[in-house]
Design a protein around this ligand. Structure first.
Ligand code: 13P
Length: 247
């Protein structure tokens, strides 16, 4: 039985006051949650978020990490640094990183290695664009993203995969539960070919315009084990509604 996981990706949003208010609106309510819950603030808000979430059911992650552990890499933050702060998770290969920072599968794979070696739990994002879906390439794109970053990994302990169709991110367009389930089943099947991974035990999250109103239907699908939430994670009551739908 896979335990549900709901992760908030705050992207490049927030301020000290906002974080205080958002986390303050969730910690007490979520103290006895039956699902795993995490939030991923910007790097600069991680220490404050860790302090605010201490002792609660909410764990904290980062939205990215470097592929190396230290050195002359101006502007980068490494996986050991994040682990040292107290982060448990790191999102890798998000479509916004792929789109705006030209991240390719091999680099995402190197980041994944660095994350696992440091004891961070990686959340690997995959997903096709609208053009790729309309061209009938959705499964091939996702398969190559999985293969390209999971192949040759020595350890994939605790790996989580998030299916985020690019056309559903921040657009208000959600994949239908059936569309999402179809891809999740395909992802689980593809993971069976990755050595060292227990595909049946791997949690698969759906991401793309998830809200309190559509979460329940998505979570009722056999291979959807939770959500990676963007916009709705910036609103405590929406995020709580999504967590409740996963309980
Ligand atoms: P939205 O929930 O805003 O569509 O964002 C999804 C996402 O990109 C989470 O990583």
């Amino acid at each position: 039985m896979r335990r549900s996981l709901v992760v908030g990706n705050w992207k490049m949003n927030g301020s000290k006051a906002f974080v205080e208010q958002l986390v303050g609106g969730m910690v007490g309510v979520l103290s006895n949650a039956q699902v795993d819950i995490a939030v991923c603030p910007t790097y600069v808000h991680i220490p404050q978020t860790l302090t605010a979430c201490a002792g609660s059911a909410i764990s904290v992650g980062a939205q990215d990490c470097s592929h190396v552990s230290s050195g002359a890499y101006t502007g980068e933050v490494s996986a050991p640094m994040l682990r040292d702060l107290g982060c448990q998770w790191v999102i890798l290969g998000h479509s916004e990183r792929r789109q705006y920072h030209d991240e390719q599968n091999a680099l995402v794979g190197a980041k994944l290695t660095a994350a696992v070696e440091s004891g961070l739990l990686p959340i690997l994002c995959v997903g096709e664009t609208l053009e790729q879906r309309e061209g009938g390439e959705a499964q091939a794109v996702v398969a190559s993203q999985l293969e390209g970053s999971l192949r040759d990994q020595v350890s994939l302990a605790g790996l989580v995969v998030a299916y985020e169709p690019v056309w559903a991110i921040g657009t208000g367009l959600t994949a239908s539960p059936e569309q999402a389930q179809e891809m999740h089943a395909f992802i689980r099947q593809s993971l069976e070919n990755i050595p060292g991974l227990d595909a049946a035990a791997t949690r698969l999250l759906y991401g793309g315009s998830v809200k309190g109103a559509n979460a329940g239907e998505l979570f009722s699908q056999a291979d959807i084990d939770g959500a990676l939430v963007g916009g709705a994670a910036l609103d405590a009551s929406e995020f709580l509604a999504i967590v409740n739908a996963a309980c």
